[in-house]
Write a protein that binds this ligand. Structure first.
Ligand SMILES: Cc1cc2nc3c(=O)[nH]c(=O)nc-3n(C[C@H](O)[C@H](O)[C@H](O)COP(=O)(O)OP(=O)(O)OC[C@H]3O[C@@H](n4cnc5c(N)ncnc54)[C@H](O)[C@@H]3O)c2cc1C
Length: 718
């Protein structure tokens, strides 16, 4: 994935209908030397065409969403979840809400629009929802559900265009008889592409569903009433504003030339008319001399031109022109499995129209699903068609095997207990020292990776009972130049710094180099009051994990495009990867825990058996779903990271476990920034769990207890 020498940076802002097509094209055709970043405020892109279908529960959220992290992974692009808040055209620089700024050589803006509320005063006490951006509407649906659940409600849709009607139909179906819908608008059904029959049909369907219409301009939305310009008042419970589009403030404040409505003016090539390094598509743009109403259809069409033009521009070829149609096919969902079709003078209402709509919409969205297709071929790792799918692990699973390590250390006569950190004694003090390295996962934001690599290294110091004092960082950046090299350096280091600040630790030295396999090596020094080593386990002490396991096989499954994992599952995994263990370590120290180790690339079984061996004890443990980050056992059964086999072969003989135990693979799964394994005295169980929950907001995971040695080192009970 990082085989190129990156010389140019393409930045895409927003996962709109056009930018996703650029990424899809990049997943098939790469441009040598191009480094691509997508910045999106959400992990998923919502497909507008299927949103009404989602509202009336024909489709699930996953069916109407594009997983942007996975799309970036397949396109070899980096995904940054953040919001752009400012653009500086002169320096080709974007400022983000949370993360460091990003520079671009070529930019593509496809950030959609927000609902226009111009001329309407909305009081804070009102229950008013904006329909754009769509992602916000989708998010607000649960709030609307809550309001509607309790009583029959009056919903006012302020708009009057075809979108207001489609929204009204879908809400009517979602809430069945629990609401009274009224569409209020200055201009009702004025779209010139709608033929007379379609307009008549829309009104007929509204009538049938009991949806009312009021012609008039809303000027005030207060807590209980809408006020029209002519002074009429209308009582309502919930209002939805669907009265047109506006551009976001950061874009309206930019130096781009705008049309009379404030949208960014672009030429037929979809380039800003005053900045030839910036493409703008979808709702955010206005094509010079070719005004068309804002729609997802238009954004999709523009995407077909954008994806080509980006390639042409980067490779120095002439650009193609976007030629918008004057009229296009409308398919408006009405009742269950029914849609209304409008095309020039044709208008039909029927089941086949719904089938056609579904076929077109699914055809589009399915292009962005990579169902179980493997794109790791470039790494020369072949997918076996066997049940267990392996992945070339870029995290801690890419360690050498434990057997190789142990044999070497044995020959050297050093570190027989495989301590995570060593003590360096001088005449005046004692220091802990450790070193760790992990490789960057393709598409992962390097800032998050900086956080994860710090926490991963910190585990070594915590597991020896210490706290981090100083760190030295060696960064392997991808082969790159200028703004791309700066981007990786800044994002890696700022991610690391965001964690070192919490420890009050100082970055004392560093080194950086370029590599095909970017990653971070961190050497940490720590101090300690009482060193914890692996031979201090006590019989009957309880064994806890500070957080759940599963980073190895879950990353393998996600990056193998497994359908088992959705974008939400990945977000959950990322949250655990970015969760540190220092508070858990502090709490366990306050309960005088005399065993702490981190579960690393060697997996749970290896670390626990080392402790048992050194402490001359055995462990009796029970595995249940609580131990897993992702509770779907099918993923555990079907995927493993590359480190798995080595972990399995070096530890399997130490374990007694029934073959039918469905969770057995978790024992050997390599962890990146894994949990700490803590031992707590039995009498402290309740207090420890209480304190842990209070400080960390979730429970520590009790997996078993230490027992007298005898038989196998680890006995897993069913
Ligand atoms: C309820 C409803 C139903 C609709 N149904 C249809 C339909 O059936 N057919 C049709 O053609 N049109 C439909 N539309 C219209 C359609 O929503 C828009 O015209 C279309 O979504 C615009 O697409 P886009 O590609 O410009 O941007 P969007 O699809 O809106 O995508 C923009 C993306 O950019 C992200 N973003 C925004 N700002 C930033 C920022 N500053 N930094 C980072 N990321 C950012 C957003 O989170 C979003 O993911 C519907 C609209 C609504 C409200």
């Amino acid at each position: 994935m990082f085989e190129n020498n990156f010389t140019k940076q393409l930045v895409l802002i927003g996962g709109g209908h056009a930018n996703v097509q650029v990424l899809k094209k990049l997943s098939v055709n790469r441009i040598k030397g191009l480094h691509t970043i997508l910045i999106s405020e959400h992990f998923e892109a919502t497909y507008s065409g299927m949103t009404p279908g989602y509202i009336h529960k024909d489709f699930s959220k996953e069916e109407i969403s594009i997983d942007l992290q996975r799309l970036c992974f397949n396109a070899g692009a980096t995904f940054i979840k953040d919001k752009v808040v400012k653009i500086d055209n002169n320096y080709q620089k974007l400022e983000l809400h949370n993360l460091p700024s990003v520079h671009y050589d070529l930019l593509s803006i496809n950030t959609g629009s927000i609902s226009s509320t111009g001329g309407i005063k909305i009081e804070n006490s009102s229950r008013c929802f904006l329909v754009k951006p769509i992602s916000l509407l989708v998010k607000n649906l649960s709030k609307i559900d809550q309001i509607i659940k309790n009583k029959k409600n009056k919903i006012a849709i302020i708009g009057g265009g075809v979108a207001s009607y489609e929204l009204a139909f879908s809400l009517s179906r979602r809430y069945e008889n629990n609401l009274e819908i009224t569409i209020l608008g200055k201009n009702i059904l004025k779209e010139k592409n709608l033929n007379k029959k379609t307009k008549k049909n829309l009104k007929k369907i509204s009538n049938y569903l009991g949806i009312k219409e009021i012609q008039g301009e809303v000027v005030l939305i207060s807590e209980t009433h809408l006020t029209l310009k002519n002074g009429d008042m209308f009582e309502y419970d919930i209002s939805l504003v669907s009265s047109g589009a506006d551009i976001e403030t950061w874009l309206s404040k930019s130096n781009f030339k705008k049309d009379k409505n404030g949208f960014i003016a672009v030429n037929n090539n979809l380039l800003s008319t005053n900045d030839k390094n910036v493409f703008v598509t979808g709702d955010a743009c206005s094509v010079e001399n070719n005004f068309r109403p804002k729609s997802g259809v238009m954004a999709v069409r523009q995407g077909q031109v954008l994806k080509e033009n980006i390639f042409y521009k980067l490779t120095g070829r002439p650009l193609i022109k976007f030629r918008p149609q004057k009229n296009w096919l409308y398919l408006i969902g009405t009742y269950k499995n029914y849609a209304l079709l409008n095309y020039f003078f044709l208008s039909f209402h029927g089941r086949w129209c719904w089938k056609l709509k579904e076929w077109i919409d699914k055809g589009f969205i399915n292009k962005f699903k990579f169902s179980n297709s493997i794109n790791m071929a470039k790494k020369n790792f072949k997918l076996e068609k066997s049940k267990n799918i392996k992945m070339y692990c870029q995290g801690c699973g890419s360690k050498v095997s434990k057997d190789t390590l142990v044999n070497f250390l044995k020959a050297e006569n050093s570190n027989p207990e495989l301590s995570d950190a060593s003590i360096i004694n001088t005449n005046t003090s004692s220091l802990l020292q450790s070193i760790d390295h992990i490789k960057l996962f393709t598409s992962l934001n390097p800032y998050d990776f900086g956080i994860i690599s710090y926490l991963h290294s910190q585990n070594d110091i915590l597991s020896s009972g210490g706290t981090v004092q100083t760190i030295s960082v060696s960064q392997a950046l991808p082969f790159s130049e200028g703004i791309i090299e700066n981007f990786y350096m800044e994002y890696f280091m700022k991610g690391i710094k965001s964690e070192s600040i919490k420890d009050d630790s100082i970055i004392v030295s560093g080194h950086s180099y370029q590599s095909k396999e970017p990653g971070i090596t961190i050497t940490m020094n720590g101090v300690f009051d009482k060193q914890i080593s692996k031979n201090q386990g006590r019989e009957d002490d309880l064994i806890y994990l500070s957080k759940p396991l599963g980073t190895g096989y879950l990353l393998a499954a996600y990056f193998n495009n497994s359908d088992f994992l959705s974008s939400i599952d990945f977000q959950n995994l990322l949250e655990w990867l970015k969760k540190g263990n220092s508070q858990a370590s502090e709490i366990s120290k306050s309960f005088k825990s005399n065993i702490t180790t981190d579960i690393s690339g060697f997996g749970l079984a290896s670390h626990l058996s080392d402790i048992c061996k050194s402490s001359k004890l055995s462990a009796e443990i029970k595995l249940n779903k609580e131990i897993l980050i992702n509770k779907n056992i099918e993923i555990l059964e079907n995927f493993k990271s590359t480190g798995f086999d080595n972990n399995y072969s070096s530890t399997v003989n130490e374990i007694l476990i029934s073959d039918s135990n469905k969770l057995k693979n978790i024992l050997y799964d390599p962890q990146t920034n894994g949990p700490l394994l803590l031992s707590i005295h039995e009498k402290d169980q309740i207090e420890f769990e209480k304190k842990f929950q209070l400080k960390l907001g979730f429970r520590p995971i009790l997996i078993g207890k230490f027992k007298k040695s005898g038989g196998k080192l680890i006995n897993v009970i069913d």
